[in-house]
Design a protein. Structure first.
Length: 257
């Protein structure tokens, strides 16, 4: 028997899931409001000719490719990947990367704003008894998952640092994911570290690891608490936006048997 768990969030007008300048806007047109538009396509058509006088429902969206659950392409992080190659855009991401066995790292115990290290990854893999295989999709369950939709969401969860990210990539992982707003630590935490150190390498350090080894990550995943540590597959095919830095994704976990 096949079981499917939805790992995605919806794009909507009300949920606090992005900073104010980046929040989506959806305008809805219902069946009554659209009837005049329908009649415009068919000269001579009258409203009373339409079944129940109803046209179609349609929505107009003003969004970024990073609203909702989405897959980031290497182009989002840096102009190059693999130490000098042009970074691929979302329409160039190999689909073979996007349907693979999944592994869940449970980092809900790590403090908000902290940066997970390679040692954290090793310890969690040992705890769950899993040895990484090339193209495993590794998702990180943080404290942000339970806060989705609340005012505190944008500051919740740990981030994955450069060291932790490279640990995964060096073992053949090419798609990762998080239930937080960003694969890296929340922006306020990064800003504090930068103010304390003046080291710009700490800004987006997990993202920027893609300049060394190209990879994708999923952001704003949902329902990771429902997943076991391993023994499932993840499907996360992105919308094909030409030259895009990301693509909206209906990510799901699939259990067989």
């Amino acid at each position: 028997m096949r079981r499917i768990i939805d790992l995605s969030v919806a794009i909507d007008n009300d949920t606090i899931a992005d900073p104010p300048p980046l929040r989506p806007r959806i305008d809805y047109v219902d069946h009554t409001a659209s009837a005049a538009e329908v009649m415009g396509f068919f000269p001579g058509l009258k409203r009373e000719d339409l079944p129940d006088g109803a046209g179609w429902a349609v929505e107009t969206l003003q969004v970024t490719a990073h609203n909702g659950t989405h897959l980031d392409a290497p182009w989002h992080y840096h102009p190059t990947m693999n130490k000098g190659e042009r970074a691929i855009t979302i329409d160039e991401v190999p689909l073979d990367w996007c349907y693979r066995p999944g592994v869940k790292l449970d980092f809900r115990h790590l403090p908000d704003g902290s940066v997970a290290t390679a040692a954290d990854v090793v310890a969690e893999l040992q705890r769950i008894g899993h040895e990484l295989k090339p193209l495993d999709i590794v998702v990180v369950n943080t404290s942000a998952g339970a806060a989705y939709g609340s005012p505190g969401y944008l500051g919740k969860g740990c981030g994955m640092g450069r060291e932790a990210t490279l640990y995964l990539l060096e073992r053949g992982v090419r798609v990762t994911g998080t239930d937080a707003w960003s694969w890296d630590a929340p922006f306020p935490a990064m800003a504090r570290r930068f103010a304390e150190t003046g080291d710009a390498r700490l800004i987006w350090e997990g993202h920027k690891a893609g300049a060394e080894i190209g990879y994708c990550h999923l952001e704003k995943l949902h329902n990771l608490e429902a997943l076991p540590p391993h023994g499932f597959e993840i499907i996360c095919l992105p919308v094909k936006i030409h030259r895009g830095s990301a693509g909206w994704t209906r990510a799901v976990a699939v259990f067989e048997g």
